[in-house]
Write a protein that binds this ligand. Structure first.
Ligand code: SF4
Ligand code: SF4
Length: 164
């Protein structure tokens, strides 16, 4: 997943020096790389395992997190070299976004902008702090279970509700 941060020691996403409210004036495919990375709110939901119904195509998110997800920082523990450990982890960009929308969380900034919706006030680009995501109850910090503790057959016991 494409993520990045920086308004505190636990936030690796750098949001300094960006054009003011660039997300309201610039299409996703015209953003600079730093702007694109700054859109990620750090909720951690894209690092959750999903259950997909083969018949309906519906996707449910579970609280069962990827083996590299750090539940305390709500970040990938090895983001720069994650593909060495999790080769299936996606790299999200404007070209691949559409193919992933069906499973992405409803609060994800990339999905919101794709849908023509505004960012929430708790988004760090608006609030000025990554903590607002956790305070709003949107993030998965302290809310996951590691995948090595839960067998795939039991994932359905850990489905989480998504805001609509
Ligand atoms: S779901 Fe979206 S906003 Fe949340 S961590 Fe993943 S890319 Fe970032
Ligand atoms: S490797 Fe796992 S924890 Fe890291 S970004 Fe990908 S899904 Fe998230």
């Amino acid at each position: 997943m494409s993520r990045a941060f920086s308004d505190g020691p636990e936030d690796p996403i750098n949001r300094d020096g960006l054009r003011p409210r660039f997300w309201e004036t610039t299409p996703l495919n015209r953003m600079t790389r730093p702007e694109w990375e700054a859109l990620c709110d750090g909720c951690g939901k894209c690092c959750l395992n999903k259950i997909e119904d083969e018949d309906s195509g519906e996707v449910a998110l579970t609280r069962v997190a990827c083996r590299l997800f750090d539940d305390t920082t709500c970040r990938c523990a090895q983001y720069p070299i994650r593909h060495q450990f999790v080769p299936e982890c996606i790299s999200l960009d404007a070209n691949t976004l559409e193919t992933h929308l069906y499973w992405m969380p409803e609060t994800c900034a990339y999905k919101l902008l794709w849908q023509g919706k505004p960012l929430y006030d708790w988004h760090p680009l608006i609030s000025g702090t990554a903590e607002s995501v956790h305070e709003a109850g949107v993030s998965m910090r302290h809310r996951t279970v590691p995948e090595f503790e839960v067998g795939e057959d039991d994932w359905e016991d850990h489905i989480i509700e998504e805001p609509t």
